[in-house]
Design a protein around this ligand. Structure first.
Ligand code: NVA
Length: 383
C-alpha cells in the first residue's frame, strides 16, 4: 500500500494502515474496538483484503456450481496455480486505491497478514493442492456487534484462509472483542453432493453442500441490527444457518430468503441494505420485495454496465451492486457503473466512485473485499 503500513507489536504481521490524520487505535474514543450491527452506520474501522499470492482453485464440482460456465477452461488450465500476474497486479492497485480512499474518509484501514497460498495442505480425510487468497474478508468473518465469528467455510482450498486474519483477530480479542470460531467442519466427502448426484437432480438448485455438518460463508448473511438475512447456497447449509441462529440467541432473528439464483454463493450481490429503511435488490434474483421489507423504501439495481474491460472468472456481473456504505448517505460504487450512480443520486444518496473493475476478476467487489469491524451506532430493530 502507498499509505504507511505499520505492524503493531501485539500482532506481528498484521499491518495497520495509517496516515497522520487518522487517529491511532489507542487514541480513539473509548468503546468496543469491534462493534458493527448493520451495513450502514458510520464506518470507523475496516479490514481490506489482499490479492497477494492469489491462487486459482482446482476445478471441482464445487467450483463448477458457482463459476461462470465459460471459465471452465481457465480453472482446468490454471487450477492450483497462481492467478495471472496481471490480474493480481491490477487487483492490488485497486485495493490500494480503495484503502487510500477509505483512509482519506477517516476510516482506519487494516489488512491481513501475508500467507503463502501456494502451499498444499491436508487433513486426515483429504488434501488440497493450494489455498486461494485473503482477498475477501467478508466471506471468512462475520461481525455481529462486538463479536467476530470465523465462518465454517465449505471450500476445502479455503480451510486455512482465516489464518491470514488471525493476528488481527488476536489483537481485537486483546482489545476486548468477543471471538468465536464456528465448529470447524471436517469437509469429508459426505459434506458434498457427488457430481453424478448433482447432475441427476432436477429440482433447482441442488445445493452442493449436504447437511452432513454445519457450513456457511459469512457473506451469505446480511445484518440489519436485530435481524439478519441469510440464504442457503452452494456453501451454506441449513445446519450452518441453524448454528448461527442458536449461537446468536433470542436477541436476534435470522431470516432465510430464497432468491432465484441458479448459482447461489453469497447474498451480497442479491440484496444490500444501504441505510436504515433503504434496500437495494437484484431484480432477477429477488423480483418481489421480501415481506419483512414492506415498510422500507426498496429499489431495484439497474443492470450492470457491460462496458469497461474486466474478466469475471468467479462471479456474475451483478457484483456491480456489491457496495460498501460509508454511512447512511455515502456509498462506494464502481466508477463505471454510471446508471447505478445516477440511480443512487436520485435516491438521495451520494455515490462515491472508485475504480474496482479489475478486482472483480477475483469474484467480488467492495462489500466482499472489506469487513467493517467498527461502525458508530448501537443495536436496534429496523422492522
Ligand atoms: N456469487 C455472487 C457474487 C456475490 C458477491 C454472484 O456471482 O453474483
Amino acid at each position: 500500500m502507498k499509505v504507511a503500513a505499520v505492524a503493531t507489536p501485539a500482532a506481528p504481521g498484521a499491518a495497520t494502515v495509517r496516515t497522520p490524520t487518522t487517529p491511532a487505535a489507542d487514541a480513539r474514543a473509548p468503546g468496543p474496538v469491534v462493534s458493527s450491527h448493520n451495513e450502514w452506520d458510520p464506518l470507523e474501522e475496516v479490514v481490506v483484503g489482499s490479492a497477494d499470492g492469489a491462487h486459482v482453485p482446482a476445478w471441482s464440482p464445487m467450483i463448477a456450481a458457482t463459476a461462470p460456465e465459460e471459465e471452465r477452461g481457465f480453472f482446468q488450465r490454471l487450477g492450483g496455480s497462481p492467478f495471472p500476474a496481471e490480474v493480481v497486479d491490477a487487483a492490488r492497485r485497486e485495493l490500494e486505491g480503495l484503502a487510500e480512499l477509505l483512509h482519506r474518509e477517516g476510516v482506519v484501514v487494516r489488512v491481513p497478514s501475508a500467507l503463502d497460498h501456494s502451499r498444499p495442505f491436508a487433513t486426515p480425510d483429504w488434501e488440497s493442492g493450494s489455498g486461494m487468497y485473503a482477498a475477501m474478508p467478508r466471506d471468512v468473518l462475520l461481525v455481529v456487534g462486538d463479536e467476530i465469528i470465523e465462518a465454517p467455510m465449505a471450500w476445502r482450498c479455503r480451510y486455512f484462509e482465516v489464518n491470514a486474519f488471525r493476528p488481527l483477530l488476536t489483537e481485537y480479542f486483546r482489545a476486548g472483542a468477543r471471538w468465536t470460531a464456528a465448529p470447524r467442519p471436517t469437509l469429508r466427502d459426505e459434506q458434498f453432493l457427488a457430481a453424478e448426484e448433482a447432475a441427476s437432480l432436477h429440482s433447482a438448485p441442488p445445493y452442493m453442500v449436504t447437511e452432513y455438518e454445519p457450513t456457511f460463508d459469512a457473506a451469505d448473511f446480511i445484518r440489519c441490527g436485530r435481524d439478519l438475512f441469510a440464504q442457503r447456497s452452494h456453501v451454506t447449509n441449513a445446519l450452518g444457518i441453524e448454528w448461527l441462529r442458536r449461537h446468536l440467541g433470542s436477541a436476534y432473528t435470522v431470516h432465510v430468503l430464497e432468491p432465484n439464483d441458479p448459482h447461489p454463493m453469497h447474498i451480497d450481490a442479491t440484496m444490500l441494505p444501504l441505510a436504515a429503511g433503504k434496500l437495494l435488490l437484484n431484480p432477477e434474483r429477488l423480483p418481489e420485495v421480501p415481506p419483512r421489507f414492506r415498510d422500507w423504501d426498496v429499489r431495484f439495481a439497474p443492470p450492470p454496465n457491460p462496458e469497461g474491460a474486466r474478466h469475471l472468472y468467479m462471479s456474475s456481473a451483478w457484483v456491480s451492486m456489491n457496495l460498501l456504505s460509508l454511512d447512511e448517505r455515502r456509498v462506494l460504487v464502481e466508477e463505471k457503473e454510471m446508471e447505478l450512480r445516477a440511480m443512487l443520486r436520485g435516491w438521495g444518496m451520494e455515490p462515491v466512485p472508485c475504480p474496482f473493475r479489475s478486482f472483480n476478476a477475483l469474484g467480488g467487489s467492495f462489500h466482499c473485499a472489506t469487513l467493517d469491524v467498527r461502525r458508530r451506532g448501537g443495536l436496534q430493530s429496523y422492522f
